[in-house]
Design a binder for this molecule. Sequence first.
Ligand SMILES: NC(=O)c1ccc[n+]([C@@H]2O[C@H](COP(=O)([O-])OP(=O)(O)OC[C@H]3O[C@@H](n4cnc5c(N)ncnc54)[C@H](O)[C@@H]3O)[C@@H](O)[C@H]2O)c1
Length: 281
Amino acid sequence: MLKIGVIGAGTMGSGIAEVAAALGQVVLLDVDLERAQAGRSAVEKRLNRLVEKGALEAAVRDERLARLAVSDHLQDVRDADLVVEAAAESLAVKQDIFRALGELCSPQCILGTNTSALSVTAIAAATKGPERVVGIHFFNPVPRMQLVELVRTPLTSQECLERSKELVQALGKTPVVVDEAPGFVVNRLLLPMINEAIFLLGEGVASAEDIDTAMRLGANHPMGPLALADLIGLDICLAIMETLHAELGEDKYRPAPLLRKMVRAGRLGRKTGQGFYSYDR
Ligand SMILES: NC(=O)c1ccc[n+]([C@@H]2O[C@H](COP(=O)([O-])OP(=O)(O)OC[C@H]3O[C@@H](n4cnc5c(N)ncnc54)[C@H](O)[C@@H]3O)[C@@H](O)[C@H]2O)c1
């Protein structure tokens, strides 16, 4: 059976572990066991909800949970066929993880990063065997979102890309192949729109509710940009805008001051219970 390692058990890692457990044996890893366990509990809660709704058989839930182990030791992914990293959006953190994975994992193991906007090439270059490093960019919430951007660096081998495509399809997702560029396709288009909505709010042009209603009813978006920012996490939104700004060097990518202020205040959206809206946790 396929063995899949997931590094980082937060919003994305727990979602990736959930879909991966439908395919193979999964190790969900974080900096400590408590966080890794919290990621697993989030999966359990979502699967329980599906069972209650009659969308999943209890036996299938039990099987998937039995395949989902937690760990705080990178050693536990050394025999994986695929590792997907979904840790903090920091180049230094990701390079450290990939440096260690490059030493630990077999040359056949595919090493994927779920980075939102960082340079996959810079991550690959820190890894022994950079030809097996690829961006595997899932979307939030992972169990529901169909797309995966497969990000090819100049160092990624064709074999790695083909196998990644097959794995992504086996996970029930649709891959699109993108050459590395800041923010890839989706975030390059989506985040400047979210950032502009935050500028509008900061300038007092309209309320958060009205900005979101305007885009839902006027542009037929399923969700308004500010509610979407809360779902993504405002820290992640800021990190993506900073990458776009630094890499592309144009003022149009400048993060909105209100976004910085919210992040400094720890109002990160759904995950902290408070962002542009309040959430019961
Ligand atoms: N939130 C989104 O909508 C979204 C969408 C696509 C991609 N991403 C990307 O996925 C990654 C994770 O984002 P998230 O929203 O899940 O963040 P999160 O803050 O919810 O979770 C990150 C987790 O990684 C853990 N972590 C940090 N350093 C680690 C390390 N060295 N080893 C193991 N675990 C470590 C943290 O303890 C935390 O539990 C980021 O790179 C982000 O840009 C996020």
